[in-house]
Write a protein that binds this ligand. Sequence first.
Ligand code: PMP
Length: 402
Amino acid sequence: MSRFRNVPQGPPIEVFALNKAFLDDPYEPKVNLGAGAYRDEKGQPWVLPVVRKTERLMAQDDFLNHEYLPVLGLDTFSSAATALLLGEDSHVFSKGLAFGVQVLSGTGALRMAAEFLSKQLKYNTFYVSDPTWENHNLVFTNAGFKDARKYRYWDPKTRGIDFEGMIEDLKSAPEDSVIILHACAHNPTGCDPTQEQWKKIAEVMEERKLFPMFDSAYQGFASGDIEKDAWAVRYFVDKGFELLCAQSFAKNFGLYNERVGNLTFVANCKEVAVAVKSQVTLSVRGMYSNPPNHGARIVATILNNPGLFQEWKDCIKIMSRRIHSMRKELRDRLEKLGTPGSWEHITSQIGMFSYTGLNAKQSEHMIECFHVYMLKSGRINMCGLNPENVDYVAKAIYDTIN
Ligand code: PMP
């Protein structure tokens, strides 16, 4: 008899199960709009040319070795990542009030943040947008948070943000609640607050003494402009908030499986920042001891070299422009077909994802009848579209709705 016999079967993780179902599906044509990864116009994964070039340089460097990195990772990486987020001339950075820690991609950054907030600050309540990237809940509850709550975000009627609902919910949140905010390119809705709305969010959070936990998984990838995509985080920092921000380099560098992430801490006192860093060091040491080198070294090399940095900025423009043009193409086709309803949200949403407005039944119909794989929530990855399949997908949506 097994010791493990009472372990219950866990539920499948939708996005991975969907990906497997797509790969196993022998039918053609089929389209994968599920998993959140960039695809080029031929539907293939894209290794950014600047990443390839950097890897070649690294392969020829006889001084690189496989020694352990420090517990908090490569300093040249975490400093450059924090500067990318807060801006080169950020006063908190130069005054020693902010620092970065190299962690295991965006998810690892969130996990480390949740661990710190739960164990060190004893925070117990967190809020996510309704809806949010589904993993926020698992990460925060696994790290010890007992009270998971939602603030209103998506309004199905306007297919935009329910801003009044959001503000109302923040106003009634208990002091010291951790509010998870998507820095840009909200996943899954593709709807970001305007700058005026961010100002109001900051005002309420200050009034109610709420803690901002930013999740920045798409800097540069969203608008094509790294400064623009960091605006909200920088605004909160300028307003004097202490905060954490999880940064992922999976999408904007195309380094999904290298697990390159940074967790930025912003405190309002230098001595406090030093103590915080010492506790994070112990936390990492007790979890995985130290992070991997390869991906972080690629990012550090690119961010610290003006020529490569420019090449990278050109690459994120290529990706964001392609997404933008697929949004336009899809909307045009849906409108030309006379698909019922408004499709304006497809082009006004930003980033990799679009919340189409299709319900669970319609999304399942898209899979079963047309082999177009998408999440039950109606979320599609715009990168899965290309000039060859956009007609097919538009027609599938049209037929599903009619
Ligand atoms: N946060 C959000 C909002 C995301 O969309 C993602 C990627 N899907 C992540 C965090 C983390 O991704 P990763 O761990 O691959 O960096």
